[in-house]
Design a protein around this ligand. Structure first.
Ligand SMILES: C=CC1=C(C)c2cc3[nH]c(cc4nc(cc5[nH]c(cc1n2)c(C)c5CCC(=O)O)C(CCC(=O)O)=C4C)c(C)c3C=C
Ligand code: FES
Ligand SMILES: [Fe+2]
Length: 413
């Protein structure tokens, strides 16, 4: 019997292999070591699953990363041509993008940061929320290892689901919701839940024994997030002489969106603006600022002003003290380490143009993740009310079904 990669992993345990070889209608329970229960009447264990796009850890992984990215119809909708154009475009872009990853040390640091953030957050949560302990850290990436399907299979192997139920939180690491990012990760999670927990053929899942999911789907103005950004900005501003500090222009930079996505009604531009305004309020509105947009790809129209143009134009106008603030991604990636540092700032040749450090391992940030997770677990809600609303221009069946699924998890919590 040919098994998919996640199922092949489950089959490594001889009892599981027997279960997988059983007739489909009997293929319900996988043998796996139970997750350690604590003896204090805890509702735990709780799986904390950090969702993100991921990035290639080595230059050799760039091809696979791009081919998954261009195959994703939630990010780059190519319709019936997806299967043909996706591989073509990704193959053509691979050498260029490989050079960019080589220039930042040979790979994306996002896996290292995400695993660190997940582990540290869970340590804090075990102390802050003993009633849902132990908290088990997982990372599920959309386009690079550890992929969603492998993480899901690992959770089943660790004793969640498969007749035992168990509680899991899908925690997006995009603070601001876009259907192209968090939406895509949730669609993927929902797909693999049906494939790995559902009966073969019907995909039907017995809700009693399956993993009970809830989602932290957005957190654009969480005070801990705002504080972590503000502290990193203040640290960079402190490098300017005091008489120039308050007149330095803050350029908040977020990954742009195609105008087709903006016009579909995607919530991301409004939520990024909300983060920027909250950070500025926390900083007493001391500095002049703008929100600008970076990393557009391809010839279609994207949301602007573009970061590179804004830097160029401000310098031309004589404004040379510029502080770039990556505001829509919490860990470093090629868009900070290559596009901002090497291309945009490097090309100015000016020491007065600086970038604020990404949140990465910031203890204030990790505390914010734990605070957010704790209030989510206490709230007993399966997802925010915003999740139930589709974009006015949405035509995707995947979005519809995924949203119905996560909203209906409320009955299981
Ligand atoms: C909040 C962050 C991001 C949004 C929103 C986003 C939307 C978006 N992206 C593309 C196309 C590409 N993005 C690529 C790389 C990439 N994208 C983000 C973040 C967001 N994208 C990051 C952090 C990265 C880099 C990953 C890393 O370094 O680890 C790429 C691949 C690189 C390239 O070929 O240039 C593409 C393509 C679209 C179309 C889109 C909105 C619809
Ligand atoms: S595209 Fe936004 S809900 Fe489907
Ligand atoms: Fe992107």
């Amino acid at each position: 019997m040919a098994l998919s990669r996640p199922l092949a992993r489950l089959a490594r345990c001889p009892q599981n292999l027997a279960a997988l070889q059983a007739p489909v209608h009997q293929r319900r329970h996988f043998a796996s070591p139970p997750v350690t229960q604590n003896a204090t009447g805890s509702k735990g264990p709780t799986a904390m699953v950090l969702l993100n796009m991921g990035g290639p850890s080595t230059t050799d992984e760039v091809g696979d990363f791009l081919s998954r990215l261009f195959a994703d119809g939630d990010l780059i909708p190519l319709g019936r041509l997806q299967g043909y154009l996706g591989p073509l475009i990704s193959r053509r872009r691979t050498p260029k993008i490989q050079k960019q990853y080589a220039a930042i040390g040979g790979g994306s640091p996002i896996r290292r940061w995400s695993e660190y953030q997940a582990a540290e957050m869970c340590k804090l949560l075990d102390k802050m929320s003993p009633e849902t302990a132990p908290h088990k850290p997982y990372v599920a990436f959309r386009y690079a290892a550890p992929l969603t399907e492998d993480t899901y299979a690992q959770m089943l192997e660790d004793g969640f689901g498969q007749g035992r139920g168990g509680r899991a939180v899908a925690f997006t690491q995009y603070p601001q919701y876009s259907c192209s990012t968090t939406g895509s990760s949730l669609n993927e999670l929902w797909k693999w839940r049906n494939r790995l927990e559902g009966k073969r053929g019907s995909g039907e899942v017995d809700p009693q024994g399956a993993i009970k999911w809830s989602v932290i789907d957005r957190w654009p103005v969480h005070p801990g997030l705002v504080e972590a950004f503000a502290q990193n900005i203040e640290a960079r501003l402190a490098e300017y002489p005091p008489e120039r500090r308050d007149s330095a222009v803050l350029l908040f930079s977020a990954h742009s969106l195609p105008m087709s996505v903006v016009n579909r009604g995607d919530p991301y531009p409004a939520e990024v603006s909300a983060t920027v305004y909250a950070v500025m309020q926390r900083m007493g509105m001391r500095n002049p600022y703008r929100l600008v947009w970076q990393s557009q790809v391809g010839p279609s129209a994207w949301l602007g002003a573009q970061t590179a143009d804004a830097v160029h134009e401000f310098i031309k106008k004589g404004q040379k003290d510029l502080v770039l603030v990556p505001i829509a991604f919490t860990s470093d990636h090629i868009e900070t380490l290559y596009e901002l540092d090497q291309e945009i700032i490097g090309e100015t040749g000016l020491d007065s143009v600086k970038r604020v450090e990404s949140l990465n391992g910031s203890p204030v940030f990790i505390q914010a993740l734990a605070d957010l997770a704790k209030s989510h677990l206490e709230s007993g809600i399966s997802c925010s009310p915003q999740m139930s609303l589709r974009c006015p221009g949405c035509t995707s069946e995947r979005c519809l079904e995924q949203k119905k699924f996560f909203a209906a998890q409320q009955a299981q919590l």
